[in-house]
Design a protein around this ligand. Structure first.
Ligand code: PAF
Length: 275
C-alpha cells in the first residue's frame, strides 16, 4: 500500500482501471471500511484519502478536536487491500490566497446547510479538488450524510464530471447508533442515550407503515420520543422529499426523514428512507 502526501505525485500515479475512491477525514470506523470494501470489490484499484478539511468546519466547530489517528487508519486500510492512501497537507490543498469555491445551491439551503453555514461550500470544494487530483472512475459515499450525498451527486451532474457516485448504506452499532467518528465525543452516559436517535427514525417509519401520511404528526411523535431523553436537544427533525430535500407536509409515496441532535459535546445526524 502506497502512502502519498504530495498532490503532484498523486496526480501522476497510474491507477488500475476502473479505480474507486473513498474520501474520508480519517479516524476510520466500520462505516468507512464498508465503503472501502465495496470499492475494493468493485474496482481494479482503490484510493482512500485522509484529510480533515478545515474549510467545511465553521467557527467554533470541532476542527481542532476532530479525532485523528493516522497510524491506526493506515493499518486498517492495509488490511483491506487498499492500493493508495492520499494524505495531503492543508497548506498544499489551500495555499495562501486560495479563493476559488464550489457552491451547490438550492439543496444546501436547508438542514445541515442552514445550521452550518459554509459547510457544503467547503465539502463541495474539497471533493472536487480531490476528484481532480485522484481522477477516480467511481467514488463511494455513505448515506448517513444524506444531504452531502445529494450535494455531491448534483455537483457531479451539473459540472459534467465523469465519475460514478455510489451511495452506500449507513453502518450501525448493534444498538442502532449510526457509526460516526464524532461518537467518540460521547461520555458513557450519553452513549447509552444515543440509540434513541435511530429509534425515533424507526418510529417515524413505523407510523408511515401504519398509514400515517401527515408529516407534522410523524415529526411530533418523533420529537416526543427524543425529548423523553433530557440529555438530547433537537436541532431539526425533517420529513423531506428524498431528491430535492424540500420539506413535505404530506407523504405521498417517498420521503426521507432526517434528524440532527446535540448530545453533550457531540452533534449527531442520522436519516431513514420512507418507505
Ligand atoms: O464525509 C466526510 O468525511 C467529508 O465530508 C468528506 C466527504 C471526506 C469531505 O471532506
Amino acid at each position: 500500500m502506497k502512502v502519498i502526501r504530495e498532490i503532484d505525485e498523486m496526480k501522476r500515479e497510474k491507477l488500475g482501471r476502473p479505480s474507486g475512491f473513498v474520501p474520508t477525514m480519517g479516524y476510520l470506523h466500520d462505516g468507512h471500511l464498508s465503503l472501502v470494501r465495496r470499492s475494493v470489490g468493485d474496482n481494479s484499484s482503490t484510493v482512500v484519502s485522509i484529510f480533515v478539511n478545515p474549510t467545511q468546519f465553521g467557527p467554533g466547530e470541532d476542527y481542532d478536536r476532530y479525532p485523528r489517528d493516522e497510524g491506526r487508519d493506515l493499518s486498517l486500510l492495509e488490511k483491506e487491500g487498499v492500493d493508495v492512501v492520499f494524505i495531503p497537507r492543508a497548506r498544499d490543498m489551500y495555499p495562501a490566497g486560495f479563493d476559488t469555491w464550489v457552491e451547490v445551491r438550492g439543496i444546501t439551503d436547508r438542514l445541515e446547510g442552514e445550521k452550518r453555514p459554509g459547510h457544503f461550500r467547503g465539502v463541495a470544494t474539497v471533493v472536487l479538488k480531490l476528484f481532480n487530483i485522484v481522477k477516480p472512475d467511481r467514488a463511494y459515499f455513505g448515506e448517513k450524510d444524506y444531504q452531502q450525498l445529494l450535494v455531491i451527486k448534483k455537483m457531479v451532474r451539473e459540472l459534467d464530471l465523469d465519475i460514478e457516485i455510489i451511495p452506500c448504506p449507513t453502518v450501525r452499532e448493534e444498538d442502532g447508533l449510526a457509526m460516526s467518528s464524532r461518537n467518540t465525543y460521547l461520555t458513557p452516559e450519553e452513549r447509552k442515550v444515543a440509540p434513541v436517535i435511530y429509534r425515533s427514525l424507526l418510529l417515524g417509519r413505523e407510523l408511515y407503515m401504519k398509514g400515517e401520511r401527515d408529516a407534522g404528526v410523524i415529526k411530533r411523535e418523533m420529537e416526543r420520543l427524543l425529548c423523553s431523553e433530557p440529555l438530547i436537544s433537537i436541532d431539526y427533525i425533517s420529513v423531506s422529499d428524498p431528491d430535492t430535500l424540500a420539506e413535505l407536509s404530506e407523504i405521498k409515496d417517498r420521503a426521507r426523514i432526517l434528524v440532527a441532535v446535540r448530545l453533550g459535546k457531540a452533534r449527531l445526524i442520522d436519516n431513514i428512507a420512507i418507505p
